[in-house]
Design a protein around this ligand. Structure first.
Ligand code: PDD
Length: 282
C-alpha cells in the first residue's frame, strides 16, 4: 500500500514527497507545526489544535493559507488514503520558498503546507502508561517564545536524546531559576501531598498544551483543585505523583525523576484516573 503525504495541494507518495531546498522552514526553522492525535478515526481535541495553529501563524506573521474546513478535508483524505484509524496527523506550515535572506521575503510568498500521518500503537502506549515512565532533568536551553509551536526544536531533540540514552522516556527542562518549565515534548504535572494538581502557568515559557488545557477541565469537573504555578525538581521528587501530558502520550504517569522514585514508585491513582477520563468520550 502506498503511503501518501500532502504537499502544497497535492497528495504524493510519501517516499517521493519533497519541498524546495530554499524553503524557509529548512533554512531558518521559519515554520510552525501542529500535531493531532487520531483515535478510532477521530481527531482528538481538534478545535484546540486548530486555534493554536492560527495563533502560532499569527505570532510569526504567516498568513494562514487555508481555512479550517480546508485542513479538515485534507486531514480526512490523508487518513483515508493512509488507512490510519489510530495515530497522528502532523501539519507543518513554513513562510514559504524564497532566496535565502534572514528578513522576510519582500514579495508575496506562498506558505509551504506539508501534512503527513503516522500510525501509532495505542495499546503499546497504554502498556507504557500502566508501567509508568522515568524522566531526567536538564537545563532548558530554548528561546524565550516557547508558547509558539515552531519547528525550532533542536534543544528539545538533544534533551530527548539525552533522556533516551539515560533510559528515560522524557526530559524535564529546568529554567535558570531552578523551576521545571515542561518536558521536551510534553507538559509537566505533579500531585501534591494534599492532592492538589500543579502544572506551570501558561506564559511565554511553555507550550500551551491542548491536552494540558483539556486535563485541567476534566480534573476540575472531577473535583480536583488545580494550581497553575512552577515547581522544582525536588518538589516533584517528593510529590505524591507526577505525570506528563501531550497529544500523543495523553496522560502518562512518571514514576522516577533523576533516578529517585516518585511517591511509592508506581503510577499514581490521580494520573491513572485522569488518563481514563481523557480517553473516555470517544
Ligand atoms: N508535542 N510541550 C512541548 C514542548 C510539546 O512539544 C508538546 C507537544 C507539548 C504538549 O502539547 P499538546 O498537549 O498540545 O500535544 C508540550 C507534540 C505532540 C510533538 O512535538 O510531537
Amino acid at each position: 500500500m502506498t503511503r501518501f503525504a500532502y504537499v502544497n495541494g497535492r497528495y504524493q507518495p510519501h517516499a517521493d514527497a519533497m519541498i524546495h531546498i530554499e524553503d524557509r522552514g529548512f533554512q531558518f526553522a521559519d515554520a510552525i507545526y501542529e500535531v493531532w492525535s487520531v483515535r478510532a478515526g477521530e481527531l482528538m481535541d481538534a478545535d484546540g489544535h486548530f486555534a493554536r495553529l492560527d495563533r502560532s501563524l499569527r505570532e510569526l506573521r504567516i498568513t494562514n493559507p487555508k481555512t479550517e474546513a480546508g485542513y479538515r478535508l485534507v486531514i480526512a483524505e490523508l487518513l483515508r488514503r493512509n488507512r490510519v484509524r489510530d495515530g497522528l496527523v502532523y501539519l507543518q506550515i513554513s513562510r514559504g520558498r524564497a532566496r535565502r535572506d534572514h528578513a522576510f521575503p519582500s514579495g508575496p510568498v506562498r506558505p509551504t503546507v506539508v501534512m503527513t500521518t503516522k500510525r501509532l500503537d495505542h495499546a503499546a502506549a497504554q502498556r507504557r502508561a500502566d508501567a509508568g515512565v522515568a524522566v531526567i532533568s536538564l537545563p532548558d536551553q530554548r528561546w524565550a517564545r516557547r508558547d509558539i509551536k515552531t519547528v525550532n526544536l533542536l534543544p528539545n531533540v538533544l534533551a530527548k536524546q539525552a533522556a533516551h540514552e539515560a533510559g528515560a522516556a522524557e526530559a524535564w527542562l529546568v529554567d535558570a531559576g531552578g523551576q521545571v518549565t515542561e518536558g521536551a515534548s510534553t507538559n509537566a504535572w505533579i500531585v501534591t501531598a494534599d492532592g492538589v494538581l500543579v502544572t506551570r502557568q501558561t506564559d511565554h515559557d511553555i507550550l500551551h498544551g491542548i491536552t494540558r488545557a483539556r486535563i485541567i477541565q476534566r480534573a476540575q469537573a472531577l473535583g480536583y483543585t488545580i494550581e497553575e504555578r512552577a515547581f522544582t525538581v525536588a518538589e516533584a521528587q517528593s510529590a505524591r505523583e507526577a505525570f506528563m501530558t501531550s497529544a500523543t502520550s495523553f496522560v502518562t504517569p512518571i514514576i522516577r525523576i533523576d533516578n529517585r522514585p516518585v511517591g511509592n514508585g508506581a503510577p499514581g491513582s490521580v494520573a491513572t484516573a485522569l488518563r481514563s477520563a481523557y480517553l473516555e468520550p470517544i
